[in-house]
Design a protein around this ligand. Structure first.
Ligand SMILES: [Zn+2]
Length: 112
């Protein structure tokens, strides 16, 4: 569908944060990461634009696991956790493999 085209990532850094100083919105599930909770932080430069954000550690783990399963290694092929609700197969996988993350995103099993 509407994949970003030819986005060149010239810088990418990540960091495990033991305890955030203030609440952050998780880029994966879209829910709040409480202050003082652990988080995964990333920053990157793509086509001259700087992006940075936080993930719940288990949201990040789920996203990495899905992309490992799909054989994606970043870049344009990467499936962001936030897109999973729109992909029935990925959604079913998430509910099965990461029920806590799925529940946080408001995803439930049942009639697909
Ligand atoms: Zn999250």
């Amino acid at each position: 569908m509407a994949d970003a085209e030819g986005g060149e990532v010239s810088f990418f850094a990540t960091r495990d944060v033991k305890a955030t100083r203030k609440p952050h919105r998780c880029e994966g599930c879209g829910k709040l990461i409480e202050a003082a909770a652990p988080a995964w932080y990333f920053s990157l430069l793509q086509d001259g634009e700087f992006y940075a954000g936080y993930y719940h550690p288990d949201c990040r783990a789920a996203e990495v696991e899905l992309n490992d399963l799909q054989g994606n290694y970043g870049g344009e092929d990467w499936t962001a956790l936030s897109l999973i609700p729109e992909e029935p197969e990925d959604k079913a996988w998430l509910i099965e493999a990461h029920p806590v993350v799925a529940a946080r995103m408001g995803l439930t099993g049942g009639a697909a």
